[in-house]
Design a protein around this ligand. Structure first.
Ligand SMILES: CC(C)(COP(=O)(O)OP(=O)(O)OC[C@H]1O[C@@H](n2cnc3c(N)ncnc32)[C@H](O)[C@@H]1OP(=O)(O)O)[C@@H](O)C(=O)NCCC(=O)NCCS
Length: 173
């Protein structure tokens, strides 16, 4: 496969919807989540990234803003969700290229950590680690410790950011 990884444009919206729809088993929740996030202040156009092969969108990754609340303090962080690769193109490294590009772009934009809820076996390959052991908490979603994960983009940042991750309201419909 010869894959181009690039920023999503408005012309891609319909295909991105379809990639999310088919990747998540013909379910529209994630495709609709992408549409809702695009309409909020948490959306960063450079962090909506597509994988294109021969003019077709075969993968999509969205990273967007969220907050960690620690008492009176609030830190702006990035959450990864969703990521989708068209089923006929899975297991060929497309997801990996999207995540590497996404993480690099978050670093370039000056963010220090990325958080997510996801399969531990997949995301540990990219440097994600269980988040609660670093004093990070998630209350909005009841998930086991190993699926709430964090990736540090700046060395030792996990020593300084503690508190509760708050997903924006748009994640709840
Ligand atoms: C999860 C998903 C994005 C992975 O994309 P992909 O292009 O198939 O992944 P890659 O080919 O880049 O895989 C990278 C590595 O992860 C492994 N991997 C792929 N899917 C995996 C999974 N579900 N669990 C564990 N490991 C997985 C691959 O074997 C590969 O390992 P390697 O680097 O050691 O060879 C894709 O399977 C998908 O769209 N799934 C449905 C939607 C979904 O569940 N999204 C994630 C939740 S938000």
């Amino acid at each position: 496969m010869s894959i181009i990884i690039r920023t999503e444009t408005t012309n891609d919206y319909a295909e991105v919807y379809n990639v999310n729809f088919v990747a998540f088993g013909n379910r529209e929740d994630e495709a609709k989540l992408v549409e809702r996030i695009r309409a909020t202040e948490q959306f960063i156009p450079r962090l909506s990234i597509v994988a294109e092969e021969r003019g077709e969108i075969v993968g999509h990754l969205l990273l967007s803003k969220a907050e960690i609340i620690e008492g009176e303090k609030s830190h702006e962080v990035i959450v990864l969700a969703p990521i989708a690769v068209r089923p006929d193109c899975q297991q060929q490294g497309v997801g990996k290229q999207l995540i590497h590009e996404g993480i690099n772009r978050c670093k370039q934009l000056g963010y220090s950590i990325v958080l997510l809820i996801g399969h531990p076996a997949y995301y540990t390959k990219f440097g994600f680690k269980p988040a609660r052991q670093y004093g990070l908490e998630l209350i909005q979603f009841e998930v086991p410790d190993d699926v709430f994960m964090v990736c540090e983009l700046e060395e030792d940042k996990l020593m300084t950011i503690k508190g509760e991750l708050r997903y924006p309201g748009v994640f709840f419909g």
